[in-house]
Design a binder for this molecule. Structure first.
Ligand code: ADP
Ligand code: AMP
Length: 248
């Protein structure tokens, strides 16, 4: 098993939860949004970037999946509605997502930096984030916009597997765990996500094109957008990303 660097408890559980290890601080905190269609490899790149330049991977999808594991009895009506939308591949309502972000405000200040993965996903969320960051005096370094052809996206999503415990990402062909269905990092169960089924994938792609794609224009106008091809191996995409960051 490889070591889990940080369990992201403050992000995944919120409340009074403390992360298992302080963030690895590598110079001034770097703060990026990872944008792109589902399955482009944002989570995979976030992990590689966190190891290289620091930064905690703040995935809103991981927070909802963690809430799902807590069981129906401890879920608020808003969370239950969110989980129903998620299972179908639809976006969760902006207000629910934004409330979740506000509850995790201290993560945005993380001294190790932040890699926002899957948030924002609508223009309303992006506008709310801009206002929140301005109010908190937090400056974004850039928006990494990963692009990938649809056929490759579908192949990546169909083969994706995740660790139920630490949320590490695998792929049945490209990146299988060393022992089938056992997480290399924490020994947790490696499972398929409910929304990685063909019908939910279709709905998610539609939601991406309708609601998330307009964010490229939003961030281009702010001079923050860096578009990167997500084709090739994770390491190739990572090196491409580092090259883009070095030019910024
Ligand atoms: P996203 O966070 O954008 O939804 P993930 O990082 O979860 O995407 O990646 C989706 C799937 O594709 C996972 O199974 C992952 O292992 C696989 N994957 C990610 N990047 C690559 C890559 N560059 N080449 C091949 N497979 C990849
Ligand atoms: P992801 O793990 O980023 O692929 O997200 C999985 C699912 O969680 C999405 O299909 C949505 O249902 C929900 N979700 C995650 N982040 C957001 C967001 N910022 N806005 C709306 N829905 C979200």
């Amino acid at each position: 098993m490889t070591e889990v660097l940080n369990d992201r408890a403050a992000w995944l559980k919120s409340g009074a939860a403390k992360c298992s290890k302080p963030p690895a601080v590598k110079g001034p905190p770097r703060r990026y949004i990872l944008l792109g269609p589902p399955g482009a490899g944002k989570g995979t790149q976030a992990e590689l970037l966190a190891a290289r330049i620091g930064g905690c991977q703040l995935s809103t999808g991981d927070v909802f999946r963690a809430a799902k594991n807590t069981g129906a009895a401890s879920q608020s009506p808003a969370v239950r509605t969110a989980l129903e939308a998620m299972a179908k591949g639809e976006l969760v309502q902006d207000e629910t997502v934004l409330e979740m972000i506000r509850e995790r405000l201290r993560c945005l200040h993380c001294g190790g930096g932040i890699l926002l993965d899957g948030f924002p996903r609508t223009v309303a969320q992006a506008e709310a984030l801009t206002a929140l960051l301005r109010q908190q005096k937090i400056k974004l370094d850039g928006v990494l916009n990963y692009e990938l052809p649809l056929a490759t996206i579908v192949a990546r999503l169909g083969g994706r597997r995740i660790c139920q415990t630490c949320k590490a990402v695998y792929h049945v062909e490209n990146q299988p765990p060393a022992t089938p269905e056992v997480c290399d990092k924490c020994g947790g169960d490696v499972i398929q996500r409910d929304d990685d089924q063909p019908e939910a994938i279709r709905v998610r792609m539609e939601a991406y094109e309708r609601s998330t794609l307009p964010l490229t224009e939003y961030y281009r106008k702010q001079g923050l957008l860096r578009t990167i091809s997500a084709a090739g191996s994770p390491e190739e995409v990572h090196h491409r990303t580092l090259t883009v960051l070095a030019q910024a």
